[in-house]
Write a protein that binds this ligand. Structure first.
Ligand SMILES: CC/C=C\C=C\CC(=O)SCCNC(=O)CCNC(=O)[C@H](O)C(C)(C)COP(=O)(O)OP(=O)(O)OC[C@H]1O[C@@H](n2cnc3c(N)ncnc32)[C@H](O)[C@@H]1OP(=O)(O)O
Length: 725
């Protein structure tokens, strides 16, 4: 049964039972209405408690139903209206989560009791829709427009204690919320429920309300560039002000329908399920997430307390894993210790605000200079800077100090895992963990399997990622892995566009208008231009190792742009030096100003190399940069480095500022049409055969040849096609 009913004296307890998260699917809605109807008819029942089985109230509407006809059976809002109209008091007993339709259901109840560990929220905006079961109408009636907008637009999960302060929850309890709800239900039997029926209240207005909402729209347009759901949420809340509930609910419905027609909800819901799918990793050997048991990680060590190490140590402590943090000298240790303690203090403050005792959540971090202290840890994450020799030296040391079954992770953004693993006695226990900066905040983790990495090591690293609250994607070992590898052809196109007549701000604007958080030039300035310069120098693409007589704009017969090298040679490394592709107010400054000096250099460069200035249209800028990403994505699939398009999309959405409302780069390709992507790439490659990254990938051609199957079928197609390569 999707919902069950029991009786506690005069109180009926109706429990939603629909694993894993008690989503309000069609069977749940039917069962709830049935049980509710019987409880209201039963004269021995004087009050009703709504609860969720297995410590979860409800995660809301069943997202999988949105594109099916099941949604059209009993609507969530009709169900909520029936519950709210009840003459017997109804109390929601919130444990775990009450999200989306789950909170909307709770708002239709007359009272809400929550366990202190639970979270409530209306996160619909994160899946491209708006709360469409009365949430945009009842919440402002309960807590006022500004507070409701903050909860709805950000889609955040509000901890129970904060929800109590906001007035969303009536009572927070340390223990069992159902028992507390039963006690409250008994207390309120016979009381007047008029004021507790939120839909019958009015949202007060004030003279500034319209301009407050207009400002909110303007802010949301800037903040969520191109995302439609936040704007729809504001418009739905606007419809609640000084208007009858029916008016608002009608507007809510219309806005839901218009949003659906934009395609953004479908893209965001694909992104949502992709994040869940990547946890279900598979290995070319046949090993899978559900057949391999991870080992527990009770203690961990972090080596190196630079930017990455600090974030990783904090992340581990936040997940209640005691950490030993090691640095090479006393001064570095002291600096690292101060930084980690600062980050942990901030975490402690957040926990205190949530009514939680930091000591029970945050594990201790012990700081040391001695490798010997790492002897008992279950797992080590080495996070020194990107240098294979240095990393190998550390792994040689770890081989002699760590217990033989300790897992050894190297935090790298692109170095060869196998080379590092080869210096240990147990390459099967070595794995790459590519954290993104700041590691205590960024959700993405690329878990990189080497040739010899064991399935248990993979399972342990993937599970650790989940414990740290990350979305972990298993990828193969190739230079730069997935995310950074894709950046190569993208940045190349951006550089070529400058050579041909564009300016950094033109290219950035097109990509930022498209929704990418930061265009390629602002991104490079932030990351530091010297990083790529060092790598190119090591590879002999620039600097002394370049053979005399090599044409400036060619390497190994292919097109090459020396522009970024020219900037670096002048000490323009980006934000940190106050100059790069842009000009900043000071070294470390964040506001990028177009730089006349760069314009001048580009003019001279074009003259020197006799390049005819042909500024590209926004459409061409977009196609060249984005299709370069997509094409490399297909190559990554061909090479078996990522196991499906979803993996690439999750990486780009979470690590590289791709707009989630476009689903991901591969999803975007599927919406543009693979045939169109192929045509554009073919045309470009014909004109520029010296840019091999734009040669259409074999897999792309094959998918077009087999009739462009939908993206959910690509994974199987990739398997079939790769075998035939
Ligand atoms: C006309 C329209 C009318 C009404 C509209 C109502 C609006 C809504 O209610 S939309 C839904 C709003 N709710 C959410 O967005 C919540 C989404 N879920 C989550 O945030 C998380 O899943 C979680 C509930 C916080 C639990 O997190 P965690 O414990 O980390 O587990 P997960 O791996 O994320 O999820 C487990 C499992 O459940 C599936 N799932 C989660 N939520 C839903 C859902 N709302 N509908 C359907 N399925 C859901 C998730 O995909 C996982 O499934 P697997 O098969 O294991 O992958």
């Amino acid at each position: 049964m999707a919902a069950t009913r029991s009786l506690s004296h005069t109180v009926a307890v109706i429990t939603i039972n629909y694993p894993p998260v008690n989503a309000l699917s069609s069977p749940v809605r039917h069962a709830l209405i049935k049980e509710f109807g019987e409880a209201t008819k039963d004269p021995s029942v004087k009050a009703i408690v709504l609860a969720g089985a297995n410590g979860k109230f409800s995660a809301g509407a069943d997202i999988r139903e949105f594109s099916t006809s099941a949604l059209k059976t009993i609507s969530l809002e009709d169900m909520n209206e029936t519950i709210e109209a009840s003459r017997k008091p109804v109390v929601a007993a919130i444990e775990g989560v009450a999200l989306g339709g789950g909170l909307e259901l709770a708002l239709a109840c007359h009272y809400r009791v929550a366990n202190v560990q639970s979270r409530v929220g209306l996160p619909e905006v994160l899946i491209g829709i708006l709360p469409a079961a009365g949430g945009t109408q009842r919440l402002p009636r309960l807590i006022g427009v500004p507070a409701a907008l903050d909860v709805i637009i950000r889609g955040r999960h509000v901890p129970a204690t904060e929800a109590l302060q906001l007035g969303i929850i009536d009572e927070v309890v340390q223990g069992n919320a159902v028992n507390a709800a039963i006690l409250l239900a008994r207390k309120v039997i016979g009381s007047n429920l008029d004021k507790r029926r939120l839909s019958t209240n009015y949202v007060p207005s004030n003279p500034n309300m319209e301009s407050f909402l207009d400002t909110a729209v303007e802010k949301a347009k800037k903040q969520f560039r191109g995302a439609q759901a936040p704007i729809a949420c504001i418009e739905a809340v606007r419809a609640s002000v000084q208007k009858p509930y029916k008016h608002g609910i009608e507007k809510e419905r219309q806005l839901f329908t218009s949003l659906w027609a934009t395609g953004q909800p479908q893209a965001q819901q694909y992104a949502f399920f992709s994040e869940r799918n990547v946890a279900k990793w598979t290995h070319p050997s046949g090993g899978r997430w559900d057949t391999v048991t991870p080992k527990p990680v009770r203690t961990a060590a972090v080596i190196g307390l630079g930017t990455m190490g600090r974030g990783i140590a904090t992340s581990l402590a936040k997940a209640n894993i005691p950490v030993i943090a090691l640095e090479q000298d006393a001064q570095q240790l002291e600096i690292g210790k101060k930084a980690v303690n600062g980050l942990l203090e901030r975490e402690a403050e957040k926990l205190l605000k949530q009514g939680l005792a930091p000591g029970t959540v945050l594990a201790p971090v012990h700081f040391t200079l001695h490798f010997a202290e790492l002897r008992d840890v279950d797992l080590v994450i080495e996070a020194v800077y990107e240098n294979t020799e240095l990393k190998k030296e550390i792994f040689r040391k770890l081989k002699s100090v760590c217990k033989p079954d300790a897992f050894l992770c190297t935090n790298t953004s692109g170095l060869n895992i196998d080379e590092i693993a080869a210096v240990t006695n147990h390459p099967d226990l070595v794995i790459g963990t590519h954290f993104f900066s700041p590691a205590n905040i960024m959700r993405l983790l690329e878990v990189v399997r080497g040739q010899q990495t064991s399935l248990t090591t993979i399972a342990t690293a993937m599970t650790l990622g989940k414990t740290l609250g990350k979305v972990s994607v298993l990828v193969g070992n190739c230079p730069l892995f997935v995310g950074n590898r894709l950046l190569g052809p993208y940045v190349d196109q951006a550089n070529y566009l400058l050579e041909e007549g564009c300016y950094p701000e033109d290219v950035d604007k097109v990509l930022e208008d498209f929704g990418i958080t930061m265009g390629p030039f602002r991104m490079m300035d932030l990351a530091g231009l010297d990083v790529g310069w060092r790598a190119r120098t090591e590879k002999g693409l620039t600097g002394n190792k370049v053979l005399h007589g090599t044409p400036a704009r060619q390497r190994l017969g292919n097109r090459y742009s020396p522009l970024p090298d020219m900037l670096c040679e002048l000490g323009r490394f980006g934000q940190k030096t106050g100059k790069g592709w842009y000009l900043y107010d000071k070294p470390g400054g964040r506001i990028a100003h177009p730089d006349p000096w760069v314009k001048d250099v580009l003019h001279k460069y074009r003259n020197t190399h006799h390049i005819k200035q042909r500024p590209a249209s926004p459409e061409v800028i977009l196609e060249r940069c984005v299709y370069a990403l997509i094409n490399e994505g297909f190559r990554v699939l061909e090479d078996g480095i990522a196991s499906g398009p979803e993996d690439i999309d999750v990486i780009y959405n979470n690590g590289y500022g791709w707009p989630k409302y476009r689903g991901g780069i591969m999803y975007y390709a599927s919406t543009v049409g693979l045939g169109k992507v192929l045509d554009v790439l073919e045309k470009y490659h014909k004109e520029h055969p010296d840019v091999p990254s734009m040669k259409p990938a074999f897999l792309l051609k094959k998918l077009v040849a087999v009739g462009e199957p939908p993206i959910k079928e690509w994974r199987t197609q990739v398997g079939n096609l790769v075998h035939k390569l």
